[in-house]
Write a protein that binds this ligand. Sequence first.
Ligand SMILES: Nc1nc2c(ncn2[C@@H]2O[C@H](COP(=O)(O)OP(=O)(O)OP(=O)(O)O)[C@@H](O)[C@H]2O)c(=O)[nH]1
Ligand SMILES: [Mg+2]
Length: 224
Amino acid sequence: MSDSEDENPDKQLKIVIMGDGASGKTSLAVRYSQENFGKQYKQTVGLDFFLRRIVLPGNIHVALQLWDIGGQTLGGGMLDKYIFGAHGILLVYDITNYQSFDNLEDWYEKIREVCKDQPKLPHIALVANKSDLEHMRTVKQEKHQRFATENGFTSHFVSAKTGDSVNLCFQKISAEILGIKLTKPEVEQQTRVVKADIVQYSNAESVPRATPQQNTRSSLCSVQ
Ligand SMILES: Nc1nc2c(ncn2[C@@H]2O[C@H](COP(=O)(O)OP(=O)(O)OP(=O)(O)O)[C@@H](O)[C@H]2O)c(=O)[nH]1
Ligand SMILES: [Mg+2]
């Protein structure tokens, strides 16, 4: 006899989050592991850890260890150790900061250097963050696509601020690493839908409140 945990232990995945300072790496880790976002920038010194457990199709239990690396570590002596043994690496940039995209070449070079004796590189995901700031975008989508395609990266567009596609990003990366195919409904389930009631106020009253008649006409707004 064995209990269900013994039958189905967590698969441990080491996921390293890399990229320039202020691109939003910590914000992504915090959004994913704590469903939270802070506007204030607090630089990561060295390394921080986050953990999230998920269940993938086929009742596969996965513990994602997120290694959130400070942007200043590029060029430092510890980066090799942080990268070593990673199953997946997120290369994160800020869509409003071209330099943060350009510098990913240097981060990628470091990964190749550290992994040069391994039979294959870890799964690498190119992550465009701050998609809520589309109006300030300086990195063209074609540039992103070309960089991803040329190097065999998977491609993700997210916002740590709104949470848009953050779950989906980590879900896809984990599934890909473990060779699990996600069906369309499983992907859609991870797509965040923001729902809001539409409330129309009566002009005749000074204190605004929703009228029953108006509510029956239009009750839900769904923004994706
Ligand atoms: N608008 C917007 N701001 C974001 C988003 N993600 C992060 N930020 C902001 O960008 C700033 C930097 O975010 P961090 O997550 O600390 O950046 P980091 O990559 O961890 O930076 P280092 O620790 O220095 O490497 C903070 O002020 C965040 O609030 C996003 O998706 N949208
Ligand atoms: Mg940080």
